[in-house]
Design a protein around this ligand. Structure first.
Ligand code: 5GP
Length: 181
């Protein structure tokens, strides 16, 4: 934990996506989701903690009835490849076989965690399963995984803000910034 505010703030290198840009993309995504799932049982699922801010804003941009669910998941890797084993430390309350499920993710980097979560959720046979991610770093991918709705594609940078942390700090920033490594 770093209690030196000056030092913490110095690590915010530059804003790469503004609050306004995020707002606009989320409004568009909320509209698309509302149109696509109109009249269907919809469950928005986030994997904690990074996506909590995105989920809070996206669910309020969805204008049709929907349920919200959260999971805590940890993947295990053998060297550079995913073992496919996900440890779920907090599971969904809902039985996904009754829902069209949209995973609401903060960022897809290597893709391993979400790939394992997707396998697990698919095995539970939801009515459908899609991914919406705020940020996508396709250059870093090590497994084949594409988001159905990536809001922003970014280069290989370590980013913070809008739910994304570095050592548990910066999640409360209202924008996405590059972290000064
Ligand atoms: P993946 O399994 O796709 O490699 O990892 C995804 C997770 O790694 C994300 O949910 C996020 O928690 C973390 N992560 C990946 N890239 C970044 C980044 O640039 N900034 C932050 N703060 N977290 C990241």
């Amino acid at each position: 934990m770093n209690f030196n505010p000056e030092e913490v703030n110095k690590k915010i290198k530059r804003v790469i996506i503004t609050e306004e840009e995020i707002k606009q993309k989320i409004a568009e995504a909320g509209k698309l989701i509302s149109e696509k799932y109109e009249g269907k049982p919809l469950l928005l699922v986030s994997i904690l903690k990074g996506a909590f801010v995105f989920m809070a804003d996206l669910c309020r941009a969805v204008t049709i009835p929907c349920e919200i669910g959260f999971m805590c998941a940890q993947s295990y890797y053998n060297g550079t490849s995913s073992s496919g084993i996900v440890n779920i430390t907090m599971d969904l309350k809902q039985d996904v076989s009754n829902y069209h499920v949209v995973i609401v993710e903060d960022i897809i980097d290597t893709g391993r965690t979400l790939n394992d979560v997707m396998k697990l959720l698919k095995a539970r046979e939801p009515l459908s399963l899609e991914i919406v991610t705020l940020l996508d770093k396709p250059d870093r991918r090590v497994v084949k995984l594409d988001a159905d709705m990536p809001l922003f594609t970014i280069p290989d940078l370590y980013v913070i803000g809008y739910g994304l942390d570095c050592g548990e700090l910066y999640r409360n920033l209202p924008y996405i910034a590059e972290y000064d490594i």
